[in-house]
Design a protein around this ligand. Structure first.
Ligand SMILES: CC(=O)SCCNC(=O)CCNC(=O)[C@H](O)C(C)(C)COP(=O)(O)OP(=O)(O)OC[C@H]1O[C@@H](n2cnc3c(N)ncnc32)[C@H](O)[C@@H]1OP(=O)(O)O
Length: 431
C-alpha cells in the first residue's frame, strides 16, 4: 500500500476470501477491541467473515512490527468499506461507498491514521466513479472535516401499552391480519418486505448480509448481552394475504428504570399505514408487557396522532443516523428529486477537493441539470453541509440560520424552494 505511509507501521489491504487467516482474525479482534466489545469467538468470526465476503468488503489496516510484547496480527488501525445502493428519493438509488469499522488504538490515536485511511478510501471511491459515501458515527465532531453531514434522524420512543393504549375511532382500520413466526422461517419474507421499503424510502440503505444472520437469530452477536435468541417475529398480511409489514421484537424479564416490564422492537418495517398501526396493536397486546421501546422510530410518526391518549408515546431521544458525503455533485444532485423550478450557482468548499467548485443547478419539472461553471456562486456552503442537505433531512433555511448556508436572502429563498420538500429521509439500517 504505497499510498499509505506512517513511521513504524505497515499498511495492508486484506482479502476477506483468501487473506491470511491470522491477519483476518487479528483485524476482527482489533475492531472488537476498538469498540469496547468482548473478545470474539470462532462462530462470531465465521459470521463476520461471511459478511465480509458476501458484501465484498475492503479491509484496510495498519500493523506495527511484532515485538516480544506486541502482537503481529492485531492492527493498530482498522477501516472497512463496501458499496451498496442508497435511496436518494423519487424512487432513485445511487451506489454509495459505505464506511465502517473505523478504529485506531489508543497507543496510536491523533497521529493522523484515520485521516490517512479516509483520504485514500474517498479518493478510491471517486476513482471508481461513485457519487456518494455514507457512514454512521460514534461522535458528531469527527467526520464533518471529511465532508460528511448528518443527513437522517430517528427517535427513541417508549410506549405505554397498558389499557391506555387505544386507537381513536377515526384511526385507520386494518382488514389484514398478524401471524407469529420463528425468525429463521421469517427471514425470506422479511427480507422481501424490506426490499420494497428500500425501493420506496428516501434515505434507506441496502442491508449488509449480516442482517440475515442477526434477524434470523442464527447467531447471538452480542454474546449474552444482546440475546438475539429472544427475538420473535410478527408478520402483517394485507387483506389478500400478502406480507406488507413485520416487527422483530424481544420480550424479556427486564424492567425499565421505573420497574416496568419491557418489550423491545429490534426492527419494524410497514409498507402501509394500516400495517404500521396494526403492528403497534399487536405489540400492545402482548401480555405481561407494560412498555415497548424502539430506538428507530420515524420523526413523522402517525402513532401518537392515531391514539386516544397521545401521551402514551414518550419520545426519549432524537438521534442522528446516516451521515452523507457528496463526492460527485453532478451525479448526486441530478439524481435526487427537486421541488420548484429555479436556478442558482452553488459554491461548495470541500477540504478534500472532491465536491469543490461552482455548480450551476437548474431545476425544471422536478429534475435538476447540474454543470460546473466559472460564474460567481449565489449560495455557498461546505461539503458537510451539502451532505446534510442532500437527502432533505434538514431544510436550507435552518442551515442558513445556523450560518452554514450563505448568500443573499433572495438566493437562499430560491435554493430553499428548489431543494426543500418531499418525505423526510428515514434509515433504519446501521452498519
Ligand atoms: C464510521 C465509524 O466506524 S464510526 C466509529 C469511529 N471509531 C470510534 O469511535 C472508536 C474509538 N475511537 C477511535 O478509534 C479513534 O479515536 C478515531 C478513529 C475516532 C480517530 O482516529 P485518529 O487516528 O486518532 O484520528 P486522526 O488522528 O486521523 O484525526 C483526524 C482528525 O480528526 C480529529 N479527531 C479525531 N478523533 C476525534 C474525536 N474523537 N473528536 C473530535 N475530533 C477528532 C483530529 O483532531 C484530526 O483533526 P485535524 O486533522 O482536522 O487536525
Amino acid at each position: 500500500m504505497s499510498r499509505l505511509e506512517h513511521p513504524g507501521l505497515v499498511f495492508r489491504s486484506l482479502d476477506p476470501s483468501e487473506g491470511d487467516e491470522a491477519l483476518l482474525k487479528g483485524w476482527y479482534e482489533a475492531t472488537r477491541r476498538g469498540f469496547h466489545q468482548t473478545r470474539g469467538n470462532d462462530d462470531g468470526f465465521a459470521a463476520w467473515r461471511a459478511h465480509t465476503q458476501n458484501d465484498s468488503l475492503t479491509l484496510l489496516g495498519a500493523w506495527s512490527e511484532a515485538t516480544e510484547f506486541a502482537s503481529a496480527t492485531m492492527p493498530v488501525a482498522t477501516f472497512s468499506s463496501w458499496t451498496a445502493p442508497v435511496n436518494v428519493g423519487g424512487g432513485t438509488s445511487l451506489p454509495t461507498r459505505l464506511i465502517s469499522d473505523v478504529t485506531v488504538a489508543p497507543t496510536h490515536r491523533r497521529q493522523g491514521l484515520l485521516r490517512k485511511l479516509m483520504t485514500v478510501a474517498l479518493a478510491d471511491a471517486v476513482a471508481e466513479g461513485l457519487p456518494l459515501a455514507a457512514l454512521t458515527v460514534s461522535e458528531g465532531s469527527i467526520y464533518g472535516r471529511f465532508g460528511f453531514g448528518m443527513a437522517t434522524h430517528v427517535r427513541q420512543v417508549e410506549v405505554e401499552v397498558t389499557s391506555k393504549f387505544r386507537f381513536r375511532d377515526d384511526a385507520i382500520t386494518d382488514d389484514g391480519s398478524v401471524t407469529l413466526l420463528e425468525p429463521a422461517d421469517a427471514w425470506k419474507t422479511i427480507a422481501s418486505v424490506y426490499a420494497t421499503f428500500q425501493e420506496t424510502t428516501r434515505g434507506s440503505v441496502t442491508r449488509p448480509h449480516y442482517y440475515e444472520t442477526w434477524l434470523s437469530s442464527a447467531y447471538d452477536f452480542g454474546g449474552d448481552s444482546k440475546d438475539e435468541s429472544k427475538q420473535r417475529v410478527a408478520l402483517h398480511l394485507d387483506a389478500s394475504g400478502t406480507p406488507d409489514g413485520y416487527v422483530v421484537f424481544k420480550t424479556a424479564d427486564e424492567r425499565n428504570d421505573a420497574g416496568l416490564r419491557m418489550a423491545t422492537v429490534v426492527d419494524l418495517v410497514a409498507l402501509t399505514p394500516a400495517a404500521y398501526l396494526r403492528l403497534w396493536r399487536f405489540l400492545a397486546d402482548i401480555d405481561l408487557v407494560e412498555r415497548v421501546s424502539w430506538r428507530k422510530a420515524p420523526l413523522r410518526d402517525p402513532l401518537s396522532w392515531a391514539l386516544a391518549e397521545p401521551f402514551v408515546v414518550k419520545s426519549e431521544e432524537l438521534d442522528d443516523f446516516l451521515w452523507m458525503r457528496v463526492l460527485d455533485p453532478v451525479a448526486a444532485l441530478q439524481a435526487r428529486p427537486w421541488h420548484a423550478d429555479g436556478e442558482i450557482v452553488l459554491g461548495v468548499d470541500d477540504q478534500l477537493g472532491h465536491a469543490s467548485g461552482a455548480w450551476q443547478v437548474v431545476v425544471r419539472d422536478g429534475r435538476a441539470e447540474v454543470t460546473a461553471t466559472d460564474a460567481r456562486p449565489s449560495v455557498t456552503l461546505s461539503a458537510d453541509t451539502l451532505g446534510a442537505l442532500y437527502l432533505g433531512g434538514v431544510d436550507v433555511r435552518t442551515l442558513a440560520a445556523a450560518g452554514r448556508v450563505t448568500g443573499s436572502t433572495e438566493a437562499i429563498e430560491t435554493w430553499a424552494a428548489m431543494a426543500d420538500g418531499g418525505p423526510l429521509p428515514y434509515c433504519i439500517t446501521g452498519f
